[in-house]
Each structure stands twice: as C-alpha cells, then as structure tokens.
Design a protein around this ligand. Structure first.
Ligand code: SF4
Length: 328
C-alpha cells in the first residue's frame, strides 16, 4: 500500500528562507500548499509566484490589508522601528493558515522564520506568542531553526525527520546561502525591502494619514508610497511624482473626484489632489509646487491647466511656499 503524503501549509514570500523551507519539506515527501500574503503595505513582487512555479506547488495569494491595518492601528504586541506590528502580523498570517489547513486537509504549517534574525518577531518570546495566539500550538514547524526549538507535533509524530532539519540562528545570511548551495536550490531573489511599514518616511506618512483620516480607503494607502506629499494651506493633500515611473503609476490611480494639474505648454509630471473641490488658493499652491518640480522651475510665469480651467503661477515663489506648507 502506498503511504499517503502528509500535507502542510507553507508561508511563502519567495525569498531565500521560504524557498529553503519548501525545498526541505519537499525533500521529506511533504505535499505543500503555499500561502502568500500581500497588502497595500507591501512592495509588489512576483517572487512567490516564481518560487511556487519552480517547485511545482499550489499557491494561494491573500490580500490582508484590512487585518494588517487594524493591527497597525492597535497592535497587541506593539510596533517595530516603524509602523510595523510584526508579531500581530505573523499572528494574522498563521491564523489564516490554520483555517486554510482545514480547507485543504493539511496537518501543520511551515515557515521560514529564523531564530534571532529580526529584532521583533523572531526572538523566542514572540515566536511563542505567535504560536499561542494563532491557536496552532505544536503545529508550526520552523525548519530553518527547528533543532534549536522545542520539537513540534510533526517531529514528535515522525511526519518529518527532525534530524534533517536545520539549526540556523542570528542575522547572518551565510548559513542560508550555504544550504542553498548544498540543497541545489537554484536561483533565489536577493533580499529586498518588502514591507513599507518598516520604512521611516512611510511610517511618518501613515501616522499622519491615520490622524487626518482614521479609516482610510485603499487608495489613500496606495498613494502614500508615491512621490512628494504636501498639504495646502487649507489642508488638501498634493502629490507630485518624483520620477517618470511614479508619474505613470499615479496617472493609473486617478479617480473621478481627483483634481489633476498639468503644465500647459511643457511636458512634465502631474500633481494630484484627491479633492476636486479645492479652493483657488490650493490650486495656486499646488500649481506653484508643480512648476518648481518640473523643467519650468527657472521661468517667471507658468500656466497650469486643470479640468475646469487654468491658473498662472510663479515657480520663483515655490521654495518659499514649500517651506510654508506642511510636508510629509
Ligand atoms: S515586516 Fe511587515 S510584513 Fe513583515 S512581519 Fe512585520 S509587519 Fe508583517
């Protein structure tokens, strides 16, 4: 009789750690169902899709912006260096994984956490809190640090061989790179800043947004990672892209109630004001800033157009204005 394969849920970012976990588990004959979490706070990436394809495993992508935002506003375990509620975030992910386990008939969850690799969520105490709060006590296996952690049920039951798991700890990436070679992992992405919540500028912007608008819409969050942000003297946000890619991205995000400013006689970026009822004064302030961050910065007068008309501004006034308006 052929033994039935054990099934597990794998939390898959697609980076080196989670790829190593997949490789180790597939090597032990475990059938994997991968989960990839993304949100308005994650830099978009195809790493999880590529990894799932490489290993031939099933992948489910989950947008958990709402739950993560709730944790950002009110974290049980606090924030990290920015607005990142890492312990709460991992609890959300594992709780989701627990429900998905039932759905696909899996018996445990594997993840690429490495003991002591990150200040907040990967020390022993938070790892225990994550296990307890997600209701997965004994069922979360961390194959990269497993030999340094108490045996889990999959190890005790012999579903996986503890001896073939690893004992990596600390922040150095060397052990993972060694095992990537040893296990013929093939290509893996270099570590990239995946979570905007850990970034200082983004954290300041988000804190500011939550003060102004405690229940922001998804687009409010999406705007935070693009361009320069100012507030006009009547408190309306003015977004001006810094680079062409940002300009292209911003144009794709326009909504009906936006007010969009453009240079009339020159090519250049747009300025987006998410409020079409902005006053004439706000229009002039936004237009002046736009002219300053464009090729027109040395001109005396520039015409700025918008859907309902035009406004003439003076780029030379922009530096002074920039100091007056609040900037996040
Ligand atoms: S860095 Fe961001 S995505 Fe990662 S655990 Fe922390 S809050 Fe969650």
């Amino acid at each position: 009789m052929v033994a039935m394969k054990r099934k597990a849920i794998a939390l898959l970012s697609g980076g080196l750690d989670s790829q190593l976990v997949v490789k180790l588990m597939l090597g032990q004959g475990i059938e994997l169902f991968a989960l990839n979490f993304y949100s308005a706070f994650h830099v978009p990436s195809k790493a999880a899709e590529k990894a799932a394809e490489k290993f031939g495993i099933n992948l489910k992508k989950v947008d958990f912006t709402d739950q993560l935002l709730a944790a950002v506003k009110n974290p049980k375990y606090g924030h990290g260096s920015g607005m990142n509620p890492c312990v709460d975030c991992r609890i959300i992910e594992f709780t989701y994984a627990k429900n998905y386990m039932k759905e696909v008939g899996a018996e445990f969850v594997v993840s690429g956490e490495v003991l002591g690799s990150r200040p907040m969520s990967q020390r022993m105490a938070p790892l225990k809190a994550i296990v307890a709060d997600s209701g997965l006590d004994g069922y979360i296996l961390r194959p990269l640090s497993a030999k340094l952690l108490p045996p889990t049920i999959p190890e005790k039951e012999g579903w996986v061989d503890r001896e073939k798991l690893l004992d990596i700890q600390g922040r150095s990436r060397q052990p993972q790179m060694f095992w990537a070679k040893e296990l013929n992992l093939g290509e893996y992405p270099s570590p990239a800043g995946g979570c905007l919540l850990t970034e200082k500028v983004f954290a300041v912007r988000l804190r500011d947004l939550l003060e102004r608008k405690p229940d922001p819409a998804r687009r409010d969050l999406d705007l935070l990672s693009i361009g320069r942000h100012f507030f006009s003297s009547e408190g309306i946000r003015i977004v001006i892209p810094r680079r062409e890619e940002e300009d292209v991205k911003l144009r794709k995000m326009l909504q009906r109630d936006d007010l969009v400013l453009e240079l009339k006689d020159y090519l250049g970026p747009i300025a987006l004001l998410p409020d079409k009822n902005a006053s004439r004064q706000t229009l002039e302030e936004a237009g002046t800033l736009l002219s300053r961050f464009s090729k027109t910065r040395d001109l005396d007068k520039v015409i700025i157009k918008y859907a309902q008309g035009e406004v003439e501004v003076s780029p030379s006034k922009a530096p002074q204005l920039e100091l007056q308006l609040s900037r996040v």
